[in-house]
Ligand binder design. Structure first.
Ligand code: NAP
Length: 294
């Protein structure tokens, strides 16, 4: 945003890692005049006030968004419809409503279910930044810097609302890109949703083995830590994401199961050169793409 642009009154509903980090980033960037907030967890509200993440807590979601220029919904994706319904009475005719959800078609469906259509001033957004930590205590002003922020404009999209949300994210240091919601969901099923499912499944399987062999986890090394970090993410959040994007994830999971079956067959039939060729291809692909991976 440029220095002469009027400061924005911001409201954040869902004072967790992402909502809190966005509030902190926009405050640091000097583009907001007031930040109001609401969370259904009173402890997150108390912490957000104590840490100076918000200036004012709403008595409910509608009260928090009342008078806001931009209202951000930052709740788990399957809570989106409920959170927007709770805000609805407080939204003014010019309020821009936006979100940060990790799935985009489900969010557009949620908005449709509350309003009966997608309001032109609703802007769907997804920051490609985060950690395995939840809650406002972990919110960081620089979380989005140099990371992608994806906007998925819809057919009724108001251009000025889209430009305002784009400028807010640019002020956090994010690199804004736009794409279709369906394409977004297919891409993130592959790069984020399936890896989380695999990491949870892998750790759960080892935990069941650990019942018989109690020395497995104490002997785990750096590779285990790297591969499983994301299994420390919020189960509630990932339940919602996988359920909201079930079909694209299921298609990829079937494909992954086929790939694993092929590897198993290579082991069982002593085809080690073929397995090594898979590893060579995968390493080359990772190195080729690494500079493009965020
Ligand atoms: P979080 O730290 O768990 O915070 C979400 C907060 O929203 C929780 O305090 C939750 O309270 C609250 N909430 C739930 N329903 C609500 C409602 N109806 N009204 C008000 N507050 C409500 O989650 P997060 O990591 O910030 O994720 C928020 C969103 O960002 C999700 O849609 C996620 O998909 C997306 N996202 C996350 C990441 C990441 O890495 N974490 C990255 C990009 C996008 P309860 O705990 O009581 O439910």
């Amino acid at each position: 945003m440029n220095a002469s642009a009027p400061a924005i009154r911001l409201a954040v509903v869902g004072l967790g890692l992402i909502g809190g980090s966005l509030a902190r980033a926009l405050r640091d960037a000097g583009v907001v005049s007031e930040i109001a907030g609401y969370d259904r967890d009173p402890e997150q509200i108390r912490l957000a006030l104590e840490l100076g993440v918000i200036d004012r807590a709403g008595t409910d979601a509608a009260d928090a968004v009342h008078g806001a220029d931009v209202a951000v919904i930052a709740v788990p994706v399957l809570a989106t419809a409920a959170a927007i319904a709770e805000c609805k009475a407080g939204l003014g005719p010019d309020t821009i409503l936006t979100d940060v959800g990790s799935t985009k078609q489900s969010v557009l469906d949620a908005v449709l279910s509350v309003f009966g259509d997608i309001p032109p001033r609703f802007v769907a957004a997804h920051p490609i930044a985060g950690t395995e930590k939840s809650g406002v205590a972990h919110a960081k002003a620089d979380l989005f810097r140099k990371h992608r922020l994806i906007l998925t404009p819809h057919p009724a999209q108001d251009a000025e609302a889209l430009a305002t949300v784009e400028a807010l994210w640019a002020a956090t240091g994010a690199r804004v890109v736009k794409m279709d919601a369906t394409r977004h969901d297919a891409i993130f099923a592959a790069t984020s949703h399936l890896p989380h499912l695999l990491a949870y499944s892998f750790v759960d399987m080892l935990d069941q083995l650990e019942g018989a062999d109690a020395d497995i986890f104490p002997n785990a090394g750096g590779g285990f830590r790297d591969f499983t970090r994301i299994a420390s993410s919020s189960p509630r959040m990932w339940h919602d994401i996988l359920r909201a994007n079930a079909q694209p994830v299921a298609e990829l999971l079937r494909r992954q199961i086929d790939e694993l079956s092929r590897l198993l067959a290579m082991i069982e039939t002593d085809r080690w050169d073929e397995m090594r060729a898979v590893f060579e291809r995968a390493r080359a692909a990772r190195e080729r793409h690494l500079t493009r991976i965020e």
